[in-house]
Design a protein around this ligand. Structure first.
Ligand SMILES: Cc1cc2nc3c(=O)[nH]c(=O)nc-3n(C[C@H](O)[C@H](O)[C@H](O)COP(=O)(O)O)c2cc1C
Length: 72
């Protein structure tokens, strides 16, 4: 398990993004969790964080931006 990389996603419509997140995480050998869940996690241990969501009304899911705002 690669503990330096994590993929964060939100996938609320067809599950399209979770398929991509799962595939990327499997290839990288890392965790993939919902961005909403990441809000309660310490992300400082990761040197690379991937973000992905569907586009909903012209923008990514708000939870992605909330996570980014919390990062150092
Ligand atoms: C309510 C809603 C709004 C959407 N708004 C946009 C949009 O503004 N631009 C766009 O390119 N796609 C839009 N889409 C399409 C989604 O981004 C696309 O279906 C995406 O693959 C959904 O990802 P998900 O299945 O992981 O949620 C919208 C879909 C829904 C259901």
């Amino acid at each position: 398990m690669n503990h330096k990389i994590i993929v964060l996603y939100e996938s609320i419509y067809n599950g399209n993004t979770i398929k991509l997140a799962r595939s990327m995480a499997q290839t990288l050998g890392c965790r993939f969790i919902q961005a909403q869940q990441a809000l309660t996690e310490d992300l400082s241990q990761y040197s690379a964080i991937g973000f992905g969501s569907g586009i909903y009304f012209g923008t990514h899911h708000p939870a992605l931006f909330e996570v980014v705002e919390k990062l150092d």
